[in-house]
Design a protein around this ligand. Structure first.
Ligand SMILES: Nc1c(NC[C@H](O)[C@H](O)[C@H](O)CO)[nH]c(=O)[nH]c1=O
Ligand SMILES: CC(=O)[C@@H](O)COP(=O)(O)O
Length: 156
């Protein structure tokens, strides 16, 4: 049988966990942050192990996440935001640049960075994914981060 590795939720990280969240569409992103914090606590993470960092919008998330990763203080960083389509191609530019920047941080860094940025056509679609009938993307992003923190520890 080959060796297998998979993250779990039994070990609590020794370092802290950071949440970077965009204030733009705050009626949505606050629900994402609440869902993420609720999930972290369900898995035994204490308040003083969580740092919540608010930035103006999705475009600023990567900058804050980069600084948090570089600080060495965190076991992992999650990113939360809500980008909602408008009349111009601004939506496409924000989505593409933000996704690419966060992916690079995740792939090039030493700790996991998970992606919880909603990219929707309407505010209703975003609200549905921030705790209504489609679930809470913040909660799912938190769970993925805990799994990746555990896997990162296993892989050394
Ligand atoms: N339209 C949305 C934005 N736009 C703002 C940018 O993210 C950025 O804060 C601004 O361009 C200043 O650098 N941000 C979102 O998070 N969601 C949007 O729908
Ligand atoms: C995603 C956005 O930046 C969007 O809210 C901007 O709206 P618009 O394209 O109508 O200026």
């Amino acid at each position: 049988m080959p060796n297998q590795f998979e993250g779990n939720f039994t070990t609590t990280p020794t370092k802290k966990i950071a949440i970077v969240v965009g204030k733009f569409n705050e009626s949505v992103t606050r629900n994402l942050a609440d869902g993420a914090i609720r999930t972290l606590k369900q898995f035994g993470i204490k308040d003083d192990q969580i740092d919540l960092v608010w930035v103006p919008g999705a475009f600023e998330i990567a900058f804050a996440a980069k600084k948090l990763v570089a600080s060495g203080r965190y076991a992992g960083v999650m990113t939360l935001g809500a980008v909602i389509k408008g009349e111009t191609d601004h939506y496409d530019l924000i989505c593409q640049s933000t996704t690419s920047a966060i992916m690079n941080l995740n792939a090039q860094g030493t700790i996991p960075v998970t992606f919880g940025i909603l990219t929707t056509d309407t505010i209703e679609q975003a609200m549905q994914r921030a705790g209504l009938k489609v679930g809470n993307e913040g909660s799912m992003t938190a769970q993925s981060l805990l799994e990746m923190i555990s896997l990162n520890e296993q892989l050394g």
